[in-house]
Design a protein around this ligand. Structure first.
Ligand code: THU
Length: 130
């Protein structure tokens, strides 16, 4: 991923975080997903008074891409206001793995700290049925 695309992906994740609906946890998350077509799909977390119905930012971005017919995922940036760059939860890792077990990940906080990783590092040996 070239530097300007990476920058755009990070900016999109930070910007969409502003739309987060997180009245229960107060923890706002933004995600931006880059596809092979060069499109960026964004998502924020959406909480619910029945807590278990909460949708994570990453899942939201993935569902938006899939429902628009775009399912070739290259990279995802995830942003939150944490001390260290935020890590995706286990459920989100599994959902990412459905589409690209080697998805590039750009994990950021609002202080400008960035960790670049891969889903293959954060979720090795993922579940398969074959
Ligand atoms: N959350 C995400 O959006 N992504 C993750 O990977 C972990 C957690 C959200 C869910 C909930 O709204 C808030 O962060 C606190 O768990």
């Amino acid at each position: 991923m070239n530097a300007s695309v990476k920058e755009a992906l990070i900016r999109a994740a930070i910007d969409v975080r502003e739309n987060s609906y997180a009245p229960y946890s107060g923890f706002r998350v933004g995600a931006a997903l880059l596809t092979l077509n060069g499109c960026i799909f964004t998502g924020c977390n959406v909480e619910n008074v029945a807590y278990g119905l909460t949708v994570c930012a990453e899942q939201n971005a993935i569902c938006k891409a899939i429902s628009e017919g775009d399912n070739e995922f290259l990279a995802m940036a995830i942003a939150a206001d944490t001390n260290e760059p935020v890590m995706p939860c286990g459920a989100c890792r599994q959902i990412m793995g459905e589409f690209n077990p080697e998805l590039d990940l750009v994990l950021v906080n609002l202080k400008g700290k960035i960790i670049e990783s891969s889903l293959s590092i954060l979720l090795p040996s993922l579940f398969k049925m074959d």
